[in-house]
Design a protein around this ligand. Structure first.
Ligand code: ZN
Length: 107
């Protein structure tokens, strides 16, 4: 198959797949030789999703709204994510922008 992004040839390879920084395993994929984009076939995508569900990672990405509290702003962290990260009230975290579009919270 050809890469959807750059139209270059892909090669079949085994790649490591991570979700929320947790390794789900090695999966067969088509990898673009130019831009490195990775494609999974339907069967593999299903396998990955099942593994993700099994490990409690599936659906952890959630939308959150920015709220205002006094002079600062707040973003609520959904319960599922807090539990996954073992975040509790009073815990200190490091927060820093990783780019203009990414906020990183190190717990
Ligand atoms: Zn490509």
């Amino acid at each position: 198959m050809k890469c959807i992004i750059c139209n270059y040839e892909t090669v079949k390879k085994n790649v490591e797949y991570k979700e929320s920084g947790v390794l789900l395993g090695n999966f067969s994929a088509y990898v673009c030789q130019k831009c490195g984009e990775i494609y999974f076939d339907e069967k593999t995508a299903e396998k990955i999703q099942n593994k993700s569900k099994q490990m409690g990672l599936f659906g952890l990405a959630k939308k959150a709204k920015v709220a205002e509290i006094g002079n600062s702003i707040a973003i609520r962290i959904p319960k599922e994510i807090a539990e996954f990260l073992k975040l509790k009230k009073g815990k200190e975290v490091m927060i820093f922008p990783e780019s203009k579009n990414d906020l990183h919270i190190n717990v």
